[in-house]
Design a protein around this ligand. Structure first.
Ligand SMILES: [Zn+2]
Length: 205
């Protein structure tokens, strides 16, 4: 982390805190900090309280592990949704991206990462056994694997495919990949590309 030292410890502390955020370099961190200096005290208090609020009020859904304010998220507790289709994603932000496309009416399962031997992340470090339990305990017709079209995303998809087939050969397994740029992140793919990728998902059986 590069340092821009202002000789004022209270300023440097906030600049450093901003720099730990994704996508924020030293200059942006400094700009944000100096913007905060100009803010009214109530505005600063609201910002600090909102930042703490997400730590105090949020949990993960006990079914799909999406971020939620209740033990079951609004998607899992929506009776209008098709509980027989599960879309498996890497991160909660991917749920948001697919929800934005408004085409998917099933439920989700958030893995919290991908299998990555070089980072010592194996299946046990992800929510894969929880997915196994969901398939065992519920009547599931289709698993759509929507991990990112990266090497690790593909490796994770094929691991899940084998795991699902071992459990229950009657479950349809598909992969959301066609039309998605290789190496891309679902979070940044535009809505129409996602709609196309969902509609033209290919069977992995
Ligand atoms: Zn949920």
């Amino acid at each position: 982390m590069s340092q821009i030292n202002s000789s004022l410890p209270s300023i440097d502390r906030l600049v450093e805190a901003f720099q730990r955020l994704p996508g924020i370099g030293p200059k942006s961190a400094q700009r944000l900090t100096y913007h905060l200096i100009k803010m009214k005290r109530e505005e600063s208090a609201e910002l600090a309280s909102a930042a703490l609020g997400i730590k105090d009020n949020l949990t993960t859904c006990e079914i799909c592990f999406n971020i939620s304010e209740k033990s079951q998220c609004s998607i899992c507790s929506d009776n209008e949704r098709n509980s027989q289709i599960i879309c498996v994603v890497e991160e909660p932000l991917n749920v948001l991206a697919i929800e934005r496309s408004k085409i998917f009416k099933g439920l989700y399962h958030v893995l919290y990462g991908v299998i990555s031997p070089v980072d010592a992340i194996g299946p046990d470090n992800l929510k894969i056994s929880e997915l196994t339990q969901r398939i065992k305990n519920n009547e599931i017709k289709e698993i759509i694997i929507a991990t990112n079209p990266t090497l690790r995303g593909e490796a994770t998809a094929s691991y899940i495919r084998d795991m699902v087939l071992e459990l229950d050969k009657s479950v349809e397994i598909s992969r959301l990949a066609r039309g998605l740029p290789s190496g891309s992140d679902i979070e940044y793919v535009d809505d129409s590309t996602l709609v196309h990728a969902l509609n033209s998902r290919s069977s992995l059986k």
